[in-house]
Design a protein around this ligand. Structure first.
Ligand code: ROI
Length: 164
């Protein structure tokens, strides 16, 4: 059993409904249990201009699935929610990213763990700190709450409100 940290994001359509439905689909996977679920934040888009605001949340699951098997399952769930990969970093209905697996590191063409940009993203660290402030980044040797605090020294808080 491993603990997987999964970031949920989206900015097209009824994203809160997509989050609920995705969380149900993830929990229904074989040998998988939902462990924690963060608040849901509205955040301004990082990347290309002119996109709607995003919704962002984090869940953790315990799962016996292999990381690449889980990755395939998450991509199926994205596709079932109408995810189209048109523009890199473009607007999307549902994005499901594995951002961390315990304190493991993985470097594969399809999967880098921890997610290489997570320490730069309040929209990941803020919800992560709701549920696992003491998660320890195995390469940066800092906790989630320290990574968020570091970011808030150089950036304004990006939160635009809480959905739940
Ligand atoms: N910006 C925000 N606020 N939230 C996201 O989930 C998100 N996802 C992305 C990019 C385009 C980088 N910007 C984002 O993939």
């Amino acid at each position: 059993m491993k603990t997987f940290y999964i970031a949920l994001g989206g900015n097209l359509g009824d994203v809160p409904a997509a989050f609920h439905s995705a969380r149900k689909a993830i929990t229904a996977l074989a040998s998988t249990r939902l462990m924690a679920s963060s608040r849901c934040y509205r955040t301004p888009p990082i990347g290309p201009e002119g996109q709607p605001d995003y919704y962002n949340a984090i869940i953790t699951i315990n799962s016996a699935l292999e990381p690449l098997v889980l990755l395939n399952e998450l991509q199926n769930i994205e596709n079932q929610h109408g995810r189209l990969r048109i523009e890199h970093w473009g607007a999307r209905t549902l994005d499901l990213d594995i951002i961390a697996i315990d304190k493991q590191t993985i470097t594969l063409p399809r999967l880098t763990i921890p997610h290489p940009l997570m320490q730069q993203r309040q929209f990941v660290l803020r919800p992560l700190c709701d549920i696992h402030p003491n998660w320890h980044h195995p390469l940066l040797n800092q906790t989630a709450s320290t990574l968020l605090a570091n970011l808030l020294i150089v950036e304004k808080p990006l939160k635009r409100g809480l959905i739940w």
